[in-house]
Design a protein around this ligand. Structure first.
Ligand SMILES: [Zn+2]
Length: 272
């Protein structure tokens, strides 16, 4: 169990205190890609077990979250191919059915400080307001939102909507799953199960939107009805339910884009 480490000049290499020789000055060097370690004090060396990488990344992430840096380093997903972050990309992005093309299309980057995917959220002026951070490894941390921003004042992906209907979802991955399946921007995300006054005014004021579909997680019937009641005086509304899947992102992960698309086309009565 590693409690603390120092980063060396090599991003793939860290230093910890050697558990073998009672070292207190971080003499044990670990290459987290090659999984090799060596203590320069007592020459203890060998190959580390697989989950060390997760352990190190969790610690690294927790350190960075506490710092809340403004100058995070973000790079395209493609650029981390072959590095120690790739396993996380596979789990969080590829295994959910998303592609490199999707990442490019939606401006999604890898945050090297937080070891996370950075999903940009735009304001009404088409400027990036903030990023939602989706962690690549740690199990007790999933998402991070900036602490100085009220996310309920934003609707994820609303800047790209230009059709005559919109589908409301809870999370950014739900909206993304629907949009990449449709090959068209029809879904937005609320960042939760509630529709704020600000979010509601975006939807009500936007010309051209005739119908609003509410597609929250399967467990959110009550919240769906509350949103429908709010919107009903202004727009035609309909709630979309899933029988088996937890949410749109899980639907795509388990059944694929084609089946999600066909299901939604039926629901929105949308002919392509
Ligand atoms: Zn040692």
């Amino acid at each position: 169990m590693i409690r603390d480490f120092k980063q060396t000049g090599n991003p793939e290499e860290i230093r910890v205190c050697c558990p073998r020789c009672g070292d207190t000055k971080y003499h044990l060097y670990i290459n987290i890609r090659l999984k090799l370690f060596h203590c320069f004090r007592c020459n203890y060396s060998g190959k580390y077990k697989e989950d060390l990488i997760d352990e190190v990344l969790l610690l690294k992430t927790k350190k960075e979250v506490k710092k809340e840096q403004k100058s995070y380093l973000r790079i395209p997903i493609f650029n981390v191919k072959g590095t120690y972050l790739w396993k996380g990309i596979e789990n969080v992005w590829y295994k959910r059915g998303f592609t490199l093309e999707d990442a490019k299309n939606y401006g999604i980057l890898v945050n090297l400080n937080l070891c996370s995917l950075s999903i940009p959220v735009y304001d009404e002026n088409q400027q990036i307001a903030f990023y939602v951070e989706r962690f690549l490894y740690p199990k007790d941390l999933k998402y991070l939102y900036p602490s100085n921003i009220k996310v309920s004042n934003f609707l994820y992906n609303f800047n790209r909507i230009n059709g005559d209907f919109v589908i409301l979802t809870e999370g950014v991955f739900d909206a993304l799953a629907i949009n990449v399946s449709f090959k068209k921007d029809v879904a937005v995300a609320l960042f939760g199960k509630n529709l704020s006054e600000t979010q509601m005014s975006f939807l009500v004021k936007k010309n051209g939107i005739n119908k609003i579909f509410i597609c929250l997680d399967r467990d959110a019937l009550k919240e769906s009805l509350i949103i429908q009641n709010k919107l009903m005086p202004f727009k035609e509304t309909k709630i979309i339910f899933f029988d088996f899947e937890k949410d749109p992102a899980d639907f795509m992960k388990n059944k694929g884009r084609e089946i999600l698309k066909n299901f939604l086309i039926k629901e929105v009565n949308y002919a392509n």
